[in-house]
Design a protein. Structure first.
Length: 373
């Protein structure tokens, strides 16, 4: 038990693997939010270093190379700010590369350029960057240990301390070690706090977005998904289909058997929908109406899924002895067509119209609904 807890602490920041995976998008958003601010600061710093390298070009042999480095970093940071999004797979690699470059630059300046300067900025930097990145602690710790090892090795071999003072050399190494240790402890502590906070936020989001009766997503979650989809409108790789479901006979069931049985009908219908669209989020968007925005695997197999869905509805009706046991659902689907659909509403309207066409057919052949009209 203890070993598992320690393992989870270093691998997932004190939360379980399942919790860590569930908050992946929140971690990416947190890192992106912090690093958008950091990128502005870095841009100012590197522009200043670039100007400094030009001013000092007549007096320092290293200034041309350093100017090229600073100029490259100016464009790199700008590229991050403009191009990288929270969902980008390049976000974390970019962050770690940037941190490694900044640490390496500081070590280089402290040891090879300003040789008489006590290496205070390096250990302070190791503490400071603990606040900047949220990720699996083990990755960040590995970077810190590698940085410390490089710092101690290069300081011991190359640092030209004032008057050859060994005490200054030892002080630099001790400062680097202690501050790196402090950075490790701070990063572990912060990681634990922030990971747990994101799990709490995730759970709150789930409760906020969950329909209490059916346990599928509610109208609020649906509206946010539509907004997110609309933001991608016009992208060449955008492929999706809108599916609308409507439960037949809910009002009749409520009037005949009571609302408790009506609720059971909704739950039964929702389970049937979920069993068919296994890889798609289902939303309850009205009293007896559900929707799905189909992408990925379910989008590829949509024709087979819809066909099998109709078969399940028919079999459910065949097995039912009365309206109380019946499960009748109308369905309509519309595929996004970039040449035809100017917005999400146009796709939804076609799916909704197809659903009403199917509703007339399913109600007409449902004997229980005919009996209770």
């Amino acid at each position: 038990m203890a070993k598992n807890t320690v393992k989870e602490y270093f691998l997932y920041g004190g939360v379980t693997k399942e919790q860590y995976e569930s908050i992946g998008h929140l971690i990416a958003e947190e890192n992106h939010r912090i690093w958008k601010l950091v990128s502005v600061i870095f841009e100012i710093v590197f522009i200043g270093l670039f100007i400094f390298s030009i001013i000092g070009s007549e007096h320092r042999n290293w200034s041309i190379g350093f100017g090229i480095f600073a100029g490259t970093m100016i464009f790199s940071v700008l590229a991050f700010y403009v191009l990288l999004k929270p969902s980008s797979k390049a976000l974390l690699p970019f962050i770690y590369v940037t941190l490694a470059v900044v640490i390496a630059t500081d070590i280089y300046l402290g040891i090879f350029v300003e040789k008489s300067r006590p290496s205070v900025i390096y250990p302070a930097l190791m503490v400071g960057i603990s606040f900047l990145t949220l990720d699996r602690p083990i990755r960040f710790l590995c970077m810190q240990f590698i940085s410390l090892a490089s710092f101690i090795t290069l300081t011991s071999i190359f640092k030209n301390n004032i008057d050859g003072n060994t005490i200054v050399l030892v002080t630099d190494i001790l400062a680097g070690t202690l501050f790196t240790g402090a950075g490790i402890l701070i990063s572990l502590f912060l990681s634990s706090l922030r990971m747990r906070d994101l799990v709490v936020r995730k759970n709150a989001e789930i409760e906020r977005d969950r329909d209490a009766l059916t346990n599928v997503a509610n109208k609020l979650a649906y509206d946010r998904m539509v907004d997110s989809l609309s933001a991608k409108w016009g992208e060449s790789n955008l492929k999706f289909a809108v599916v609308i479901f409507d439960v037949n006979g809910l009002k009749t069931t409520n009037d005949t058997y009571g609302h408790e049985q009506g609720d059971k009908l909704l739950v039964r219908c929702c389970e049937l929908i979920q069993s068919s669209f296994a890889h798609t989020q289902i939303y309850r968007i009205g009293g007896d109406e559900f929707a799905a925005i189909v992408t990925g695997e379910d989008y590829v197999n949509r024709e087979r899924i819809v066909r099998e869905f109709h078969e399940k509805v028919d079999k459910s009706h065949e097995k039912a002895a009365s309206l109380l046991e019946d499960t009748s659902i109308a369905i309509g689907i519309a595929i996004y067509n970039p040449e035809r659909d100017r917005d999400y509403l146009s796709v939804f309207s076609r799916a909704d119209a197809a659903m009403y066409d199917n509703k007339r057919v399913t109600k007409a052949k449902n004997s229980f609904l005919q009996e209770n009209q």
